[in-house]
Design a protein around this ligand. Structure first.
Ligand code: GTP
Ligand code: MG
Length: 151
């Protein structure tokens, strides 16, 4: 099964939406394999968002992502990366479809509640999981519901 990196951003934490976000991913049938409530420092922010370095919004993005605690997670499931992106909705929450996390709960491009690894960027998953978690923090376990989620 595929593993993907997901993060409830500082705005989601401040708004008390960690549970809602976790709930939506659990409800879809994805399996949580790691979670960490943490503060991102400047260096980690630069590494994590390295692809956006030099863009006009980069400094604001780093400032935002380091502004308060985040809840970092790893989720597992069939096609997990793409499924999470579908549940997240479009990057700009103002354009995100109703039914998605950003579409239902977000109102802004910069404050868009959730990060998920880019499914079009091969290797993004592994890179981001490695950046945020040690191997021993990823738990191997069987979710009993999986037999009812997938045929
Ligand atoms: P992440 O899951 O956070 O990576 O979002 P994403 O993959 O949907 O978007 P992307 O990786 O392209 O951009 C990263 C973050 O930068 C987005 O979540 C936005 O908050 C922010 N961002 C992207 N493009 C712009 C922009 O044009 N202007 C501003 N202000 N912020 C942007
Ligand atoms: Mg991205």
């Amino acid at each position: 099964d595929e593993r993907t990196f997901v993060m409830a951003k500082p705005d989601a934490v401040q708004r008390g939406l960690i549970g809602e976000i976790v709930s939506r991913l659990e409800g879809k049938g994805l399996k949580l394999v790691a979670g960490k409530f943490m503060r991102i420092d400047e260096a980690l922010a630069h590494e994590h968002y390295g692809e956006h370095e030099g863009k006009p919004f980069f400094d604001g993005l780093v400032e935002f992502i380091t502004s308060g605690p985040v809840f970092a997670m790893v989720w597992e499931g069939d096609d997990a990366t793409r499924q999470v992106r579908r549940l997240m909705g479009a990057t700009d929450a103002r354009d995100a479809q109703p039914g998605t996390i950003r579409g239902d709960l977000g109102n802004d491009l910069g404050h868009n509640l959730i990060h998920g690894s880019d499914h079009e960027d091969e290797g993004a998953n592994e890179r981001e999981i490695d950046l945020f978690f040690d191997d021993e923090e990823l738990l191997d376990w069987d979710r009993d519901a999986s037999t009812w989620v997938y045929e």
